[in-house]
Design a binder for this molecule. Structure first.
Ligand code: ASP
Ligand code: MG
Length: 450
């Protein structure tokens, strides 16, 4: 791939390279990014916070909310110390070390400010933004020390969400392009993942794991050739390697298949991050910083169908079963059920119905209790927690015959509580008790992929 210009000599970005928390997780890992970002392609490098940092910042803000100022201060100082250590190892020369230490102090003095004031949502968001602000500053300083031409583009100057917390594409496109005009194509552009401004101009974020989303949004508005998401595993595996041995990397996935897998638990990609790329048909490649030669997984709009491509599982599911004689031959009953979930802004994952009963699953238990109480107006309600949705991605087009017999054969020792088929041509989902998850995943791998 090579650099080219359009008629206005505007910089054309070829690719987005997003590095996750583990890829910037320690000084050696950060240094290992240098050969990856110094190829000839014009690019934007999007960084997450160093792994663990956003979690620590969340703990700090939790303490500040409950006025545990001492605990918050202790945590702030421990994190500051950790970063001074990073600075010591990251840079070779004293002037850069000194600048690094100053940079760390300015961020942590800023965080410290909030220990003396009344703590608000706005301040929480400002603290959570520090992880990405620090990682990108440290990385840009490292490139400076190595005499590699780069610039830090503050995401807060162009990433913005609207009143529904959705990306404001129009604003983002205009503003990123304006920022890019100031730089020449040899410059490595570095920016923060995850952070943005909201409709009031305040510092906000794209929710946990949102750096992937930043990469995809930028890739879509700049119509790049490829969006690369770099982590510490070579792409999406056909089953969860934490529970099953001998999983294999899937080389090709469609956007739809990837979205199902990401949503149902393949931790590698933030589920909403697929949408902007899919909309503009920009390929997304998942790569491994530890094995940069590995081609990883490529997600595009057209890929080969396979009977079974992958299995993923999502825990923390609750099922609600409503039984009501009133449902028999009635119309409008489901609407009443759905309205209750809507009132609590709780989305439903899986549904199965019979003539007098309906089962639904949710993954956000915040209002489970209230929802169950409201549903009792409509019939008897049974709630079961600690459930897992197992999603099998493959060819489940409804015009096929013989889809899925291997799945039921494989799982004939596992009680299946709900089955969802026909909703998506790419997947079949099952609800099981979480205690049966490992066994179910293992059996599926054994029967479908061996
Ligand atoms: N640092 C943020 C988080 O941990 C965003 C990200 O890493 O994608 O959630
Ligand atoms: Mg991530």
């Amino acid at each position: 791939m090579q650099v080219f210009f359009n008629t206005e000599a505007k910089m054309e970005i070829i690719k987005i390279m997003k590095f996750g928390g583990t890829s910037v997780g320690n000084p050696d890992r950060i240094k290992a990014l240098i050969p990856l970002v110094t190829d000839d392609d014009t690019k934007i490098v999007v960084l997450s916070a160093m792994s663990g940092t956003t979690n620590s910042l969340v703990e700090i803000t939790d303490n500040l909310y409950s006025s545990n100022v001492n605990e918050a201060s202790e945590k702030i100082e421990a994190l500051r110390e950790k970063y001074h250590q990073v600075v010591e190892e990251l840079y070779k020369t004293d002037p850069f070390r000194n600048t690094g230490h100053e940079l760390i102090n300015s961020h942590f003095d800023y965080i410290n400010n909030f220990t003396i004031k009344v703590f608000t949502k706005l301040q929480e968001k400002s603290i959570l933004a520090q992880g990405e602000l620090i990682s990108t500053s440290l990385f840009q300083l490292l490139l400076q020390e190595r005499n590699i031409k780069s610039v830090l583009l503050p995401a807060l100057n162009f990433m913005r969400i609207d009143k529904d917390s959705e990306p404001d594409y129009f604003y983002i496109e205009e503003n990123i392009n304006r920022e890019l005009e100031k730089h020449d194509p040899e410059t490595i552009i570095i920016t923060q993942g995850y952070i943005c401004r909201n409709v009031y101009g305040e510092v906000d974020n794209l929710k946990r794991g949102g750096s992937d989303f930043t990469a995809s949004i930028l890739g879509a508005v700049l119509k790049v050739k490829e969006i690369q998401i770099w982590t510490d595993i070579s792409g999406i595996h056909n089953n969860d390697p934490r529970y099953v041995e001998n999983t294999k990397v899937i080389r090709e996935l469609s956007f739809d298949e990837a979205a199902e897998l990401a949503y149902f638990g393949a931790k590698i990609l933030h589920p909403s991050s697929i949408n902007p790329a899919r909309e503009k048909n920009i390929p997304v490649r998942l790569k491994n910083t530890m094995e940069p030669e590995d081609e990883g997984t490529l997600i595009t709009s057209d890929t080969k169908l396979l009977d079974y491509k992958a299995v993923a599982a999502k825990d923390g599911i609750s099922v609600l079963r409503i039984h009501s004689a009133r449902m028999l031959m009635a119309y409008g009953f489901l609407r009443k059920v759905f309205e209750i979930f809507e009132a609590y802004r709780t989305s439903i994952d899986m549904i199965t119905t019979s003539e007098v009963a309906i089962s639904l699953t949710i993954d956000n238990p915040e209002f489970l209790h209230q929802i169950a109480i409201d549903l009792k107006e409509l019939g008897t309600v049974e709630v079961e927690e600690n459930q897992t949705i197992v999603c099998i991605v493959g060819d489940f087009r409804t015009e096929r015959t013989g889809s899925a017999p291997e799945i039921f054969q494989a799982l004939n020792t596992i009680p299946l509580k709900m089955i969802s088929y026909g909703g998506s041509p790419h997947s079949l989902s099952l609800l099981i008790d979480s205690s049966n998850k490992t066994e179910a995943l293992r059996l599926l791998s054994e029967h479908l992929f061996n």
